[in-house]
Design a protein. Structure first.
Ligand code: FES
Length: 367
């Protein structure tokens, strides 16, 4: 009996010492004290070391795009680290090109702040703000795409260019035990001040899309931040505008078209939209109206899975083939593409083959 008591007491004692050492190690090794974060050579912040660069920046209300919530799976959170970021981690390399590695670009969610650190970020990221907004409308556009109209807090607005995106936070809910941010293009026009609209497609198992499609209600508050992105409409020229999208990629294209209408931009525009069946098409009346009211606009949907009973008389097959048929000359044209990576890659190829200069093909790839 005595032996049992002694053994139990010994094991308990060793465990307590071990736990104490672990706590001490965590406190000493994980605690890097205060360090200096210098941004763009002229802004200095004293921050607590030990967190990821992404979290440290968020603490300072500086928002970097991040669609995976800092898990190192989206590759959005790139930042140039001039000094003090430590070695590049294996979790970063799949997302960084040779040129980016040479240029000291890092994934800010993987790079830890352990010492004084100097970084460089685009100045416009200082304009990114966080908003607690209210869902005013939810509309089914198709069986898998919802339109959200979101009201910003009284007196606030997001100053964005048509084509840019925001990040939307999905909270913890039944079936999801972590907060995640996902990126969505803004579908409304910048002049629709006080509001933004988003088109969110349902992805089975997707944390944010499940939240929006199965849990979100009119009147709920949501947390968003933005604007972000270097995909936006260039309104400093008179080139013909070629717009291409599939599914929810329609959102930034809508923002561009609304902007063109509001500012009476007299440029020829063609919108090539790819879908599977007629059930995947939406806003047809709106595009018809645009064909009558915009300077020289045509909406050209292409369906890839139509059968006899659909009675579809429009374009069939792949959108790149439709463009090849319609595009006569590459002169004085620029293109805006929004869709998944394979679609964008095949579009860029088709447009370059037609003679469009690559630097006039702007695109926003999303999965
Ligand atoms: S936030 Fe997604 S990779 Fe860093």
């Amino acid at each position: 009996m005595n032996e049992i008591i002694i053994t139990t007491a010994t094991v308990t004692g060793i465990s307590a010492i071990f736990a104490f050492l672990l706590t001490l190690a965590d406190k000493t090794i994980g605690n890097y004290g205060e360090v200096k974060l210098t941004i763009n050579n002229d802004k200095e912040y004293i921050v607590n070391g030990g967190s990821s660069l992404l979290s440290t920046l968020i603490e300072e209300k500086i928002f970097i795009p991040s669609a995976c919530g800092g898990k190192g799976t989206c590759g959005y959170c790139k930042v140039k680290v001039i000094d003090g970021g430590g070695p590049v981690l294996p979790t970063e390399t799949p997302f960084l090109t040779e040129d980016e590695l040479k240029d000291n670009i890092r994934l800010s969610c993987q790079c830890k702040v352990k010492e004084n650190i100097k970084i460089q970020i685009p100045e416009e990221l200082f304009n990114v703000k966080e908003y607690i907004a209210t869902v005013e409308e939810i509309e089914d556009m198709t069986s898998v795409i919802k339109r959200l109209r979101i009201r910003l807090p009284e007196g606030e607005e997001i100053k964005f260019k048509p084509g840019q995106f925001i990040q939307f936070k999905a909270p913890i809910y039944d079936g999801n035990d972590e907060e995640v941010y996902r990126a969505y293009s803004i579908a409304s026009s910048p002049s629709d001040k006080g509001y933004i609209e988003l088109f969110i497609g349902y992805v089975p198992g997707g944390k944010c899309t499940t939240y929006v499609h199965k849990h979100l209600k009119v009147g709920d508050t949501v947390q968003i931040n933005g604007p972000y992105g270097d995909f936006y409409f260039h309104d400093d020229n008179d080139r013909e505008v070629i717009l291409v999208a599939a599914g929810t990629g329609i959102a930034p294209i809508l923002s561009i078209l609304k902007h063109m209408k509001e500012y009476n931009i007299n440029r020829k525009a063609r919108f090539y939209f790819g879908a599977k069946t007629p059930d995947d098409l939406f806003l047809l009346d709106y595009f018809k109206e645009l064909e009558e009211t915009l300077f020289d606009f045509k909406f050209i949907p292409t369906l890839s899975r139509v059968s006899e009973e659909h009675n579809w008389t429009g374009e069939k097959g792949r959108v790149n083939n439709t463009i090849e048929r319609h595009l006569e000359s590459p002169e004085n044209k620029e293109a805006y593409l929004c869709g998944n990576p394979p679609m964008i890659d095949s579009m860029v190829k088709a447009l370059v083959n037609k003679g469009l200069p690559e630097e006039l093909i702007y695109f926003d790839k999303f999965d």
